[in-house]
Design a protein around this ligand. Sequence first.
Ligand code: ACO
Length: 390
Amino acid sequence: MTDIARGLEGVLLTETRLSLVNGRDGVLIIGGYPVAELAPNACFEETLHLLWHGKLPKKAELDTLRATLAAQRGLPAVTLGLLKAAAEKKLPTMDALRLGTDSLSLDDAKPGDTSREAHERRAMSIVARVPTIVATYWRLLHGQQPVAPDAKLGHAANYLWMLTGEAPRPAAARGLETYLNTVIDHGMNASTFTARVIASTRSDMVSAIVGAIGALKGPLHGGAPGPALDMVFELRQEAEESGKTLSNVTEVWSRNAVRTGERLMGFGHRVYKVRDPRADVLGHAAEALFEGAEDKQLYEDARTVEEVCLMILEELKPGRNLKTNVEFYTALLLHGVGMDAQLFSPTFGVSRVGGWTAHVIEQFTEDRLIRPDVRYTGPTDLKWVPVEAR
Ligand code: ACO
């Protein structure tokens, strides 16, 4: 009898050319480039091209991709109606993103077309519209009129424009671009796996992306950065009110939290047993963004909280190798970009949808049903009892 690989840890599912995650050495390669090489330099459209086509675009290809994405940013009326209904119910933004993305099926001119071109066309249309869904919903939720996309702006800058209705600061747009590039793909994470399982049944692109959004929503996957930032703010406030040092307050709180079985958000990873390389890339981007900004102290304070949490995790959970993960610096960077914490997970989706679509196309090409086994532990010899006699 084979051992159970709970959580499918260490199980090799398939081959991919999209990203390599080496958790032992803290290495992440995206489409052949170390994340630190690609993320701070590329625009999001270049990274998309890299995943979809296996190489960085030439100038003309990049111009075409930018123009094609920009032309498809508008939402169908039915999607807008759905988002309005969701805003009336005050649904969480991740739920609205799921609903809005699902409705994009209605906009598919050839829903039965399963050619590679059709999959690529759908990938383009979904990736183009996910930021519009998030930004439109965010504004509706806060009683504001949606802002129409601006075709002159790149994918990242336009997302900020649609969220705020203000021309984005170049430093903020660059910070967001770096974030979107950094988290676009990451091996066989839970949401990507979900998308591939759905695609493996020969289902459709929209279904796979909607399933992936559902998987991303959970706090063990994409939902951690909001709480990570809250933690820093709450500890700062406690230090201010008590007159104690931030380091001291963090030590007392985190020791108590870990002892009572709480998880410190932004720490630990299923794959990385050393520092998550994305944390470094985002940390540098956050440092650049906070440089000269009003709240530079927030960056310093976050570093203090990180240092103390790492020390406590090492002390109370020795040997588990719990290090800073991507979410800790995501929180800091996106806050610096000017985003509300409720937008962190949906913005993760704005990026990761690029990776999901590339994986779905890979899976359609592989065309192998994903169907693991399970060990049954129930009884096997029960006798039927009519309902009146149970
Ligand atoms: N704080 C405190 N203890 C932790 C933490 C944490 N953040 N993470 C793991 N542990 C402890 C567990 O309680 C467990 O302790 P035990 O051995 O005494 O029982 C041990 O470390 C191993 O934990 P597992 O649950 O086996 O680790 P797993 O690989 O399943 O978990 C996960 C990975 C889910 C990310 C976990 O570290 C966690 O919950 N972190 C906090 C949430 C978070 O930051 N999520 C974002 C992840 S990054 C991403 O998805 C993009």
